[in-house]
Design a protein around this ligand. Structure first.
Ligand SMILES: C[S@@+](CC[C@H](N)C(=O)[O-])C[C@H]1O[C@@H](n2cnc3c(N)ncnc32)[C@H](O)[C@@H]1O
Length: 248
């Protein structure tokens, strides 16, 4: 997962406005009891949110499972002169760092890569351990409605400058799973194209079931927003944003 695909991830995500996304995270963080300085980010990928938040002055520590995604993130951080960002390889459902942060974030439906509620519960517990009292945990998730109605069994073709990609969605809704078959051709220095193939899996979780995992004494005030807003969200939204505070 996220092996060769790491090379084309940023090209295919061009339509995502990461500046706006990081701004939303920034606005959510303004509701913390104490000003947020340090952030632990799970599933940082190629660092698109990480770099945006570092540029806003946050002390970023970023974790991902994919070596290739981390290598690209690290190169981008170095190029941008953001040398204070720390990157770690790790699994967010089994991660301990022995430090505590003002906030833990996880963006861009990374939680949908966790296969079941137990793995999500483990991710929530790892986040809890990594939070200072009063710290905020923020993560977003694609809803079952989005997998059914928007992602569906569509096929997309991307014809970009140096990448040609066919992206096929193969829903397995009975098993709460969405498979993505990716075939891509990457232009090499000699103008020939290298063909790569990768299959990825995301998992479909009910908004209510995930919300229940946040209703524990260690947390206060769990909220679900419709992504991008501060309005109550639920299973009818395409993407929801969970926000919860660690009890002080
Ligand atoms: C959709 S990408 C999102 C990347 C980034 N957050 C962004 O907004 O562009 C999902 C990322 O989650 C990472 N990932 C998936 N499962 C993970 C896990 N269990 N622990 C840590 N990272 C994981 C993948 O390697 C990938 O980089």
């Amino acid at each position: 997962m996220y092996d060769d695909f790491a090379q084309v991830y940023d090209a295919l995500m061009q339509e995502i406005d990461y500046h706006e996304w990081a701004d939303y995270v920034f606005r959510l963080l303004l509701n913390a009891k104490s000003p947020v300085k340090s952030i632990l980010e799970f599933g940082c990928g190629t660092g698109n949110i990480t770099l945006e938040l570092a540029q806003k002055g946050f002390e970023m520590t970023a974790v991902d499972l994919s070596d290739n995604m981390l290598t690209i993130a690290d190169e981008k951080a170095e190029k941008a002169g953001l040398n204070t960002i720390r990157f770690f390889k790790g699994d967010m459902s089994n991660f301990a760092i022995g430090e505590q942060f003002d906030a833990v974030i996880c963006c861009c439906d990374t939680v949908n890569y966790l296969p079941d509620l137990k793995a999500i519960e483990n991710f929530i517990m790892c986040s809890l351990d990594a939070l200072k009292p009063g710290g905020l945990l923020l993560f977003d998730m694609n809803t079952p409605e989005k997998y059914k109605e928007v992602i569906g069994d569509n096929t997309f073709v991307y014809n970009l400058d140096d990448v040609f990609c066919v992206w096929e969605n193969q829903p397995d809704l009975d098993n709460n799973k969405m498979n993505y078959d990716l075939s891509f051709f990457i232009r090499q220095k000699n103008d020939l194209y290298e063909r790569c193939e990768e299959t990825q899996h995301q998992y479909i979780h009910s908004v209510e079931d995930v919300f229940k995992l946040l209703k524990i004494p260690a947390f206060i005030d769990p909220k679900i927003y419709t992504f991008g807003t501060f309005m109550a969200g639920g299973s009818e939204s395409d993407r929801v944003q969970f926000v919860v505070e660690k009890r002080g």
